[in-house]
Structure formats: C-alpha cells, structure tokens
Write a protein that binds this ligand. Sequence first.
Ligand SMILES: [Zn+2]
Length: 167
Amino acid sequence: MNTCHKKTTPSLSITRTRRRKKTVSAQMVNGNIHIKAPMHIAETELHKIIENLTKKLTKKTDLSLKDITKKLNKKYFNNKLIINSIEYSAKQKKRFGSCQTLTARILISERLKKVPKWVLEYVIFHEMAHLIEPNHGQNFKKITAKFPLEERAKGFLLAMSYELYDE
Ligand SMILES: [Zn+2]
C-alpha cells in the first residue's frame, strides 16, 4: 500500500490498494477526503475521477439536522419529542446514529452526509424513536414501521456497511 498526500483544501489523501479491483472510492473524514484506488489505474484517469468525486463530496448541502428533526417531530410524533441536540459525529464509524435517551442528545455519523435525504431521515427518525422506546423490541418496531421507506433505508445502510469491509 502506498499513500501520497496532496495539500489542497480540503486535504486529499490517495491510497492505492491491491484489494480494490476496479472502483475508486472517496470518503470525507473530518473534512479531509480519502481516496481509495486500485493499484493499476492510470494516473490521468485517476485524477479525472478524483476531480468528480471531490466535487460531489464538497457540494454544499442544505440539509440541516435540526430542520429534519423538526419536520419528523411534527410528522410522526405530534411535536411531542424534546431533542436537546443533534449533530454530526466523526467518531461514529460503525454505527450510523446514536441516541442518549437520558439527555436527549442524538449523534449522526458523518458518513451519512453523502447519503440520499430519505436515508438520513430514516436514521434520524430511528434515533428519535429511541426517545420513546430505548430498546429495539415490539414497541419500537411499531413506531418505526410508520416510516414509509424503512425497509429500503435499512437495505441502503446494510449495503453501506458491507462497503466498510472493502477498506
Ligand atoms: Zn436503534
């Protein structure tokens, strides 16, 4: 594995790995872009791909976690939930979200900055549901079944988790 670092804003690191066969992946971690590329991809081709991926990753998003929380609270919880804070966390690597039920604080993995809005909404919705029901039992399932795209969102997240093993 050889890695080269290029100083740009945001900073970019490229890792070439034998484990990747064809595809180039880009991930934003703490404001830095990590590229994983196959060992034998041509330099010019790689740079073209990186340019596109970087554009996509740094595109400004108007998704405010608070706004989504407000919307979901109204739509699914009759505005009854009180959420003290919701923010992105760089530390959540394996989990997509977490909810401290005692303090009503929700953390959302930074990895979800690049997923479709309905997937992000599902994760937020799931964590909000924990404020009513801390466990994943029958009660919890009754609440989360209200989210129309639940199964599709779960499938999407599952696929993302498998991607982790390609690193
Ligand atoms: Zn949960």
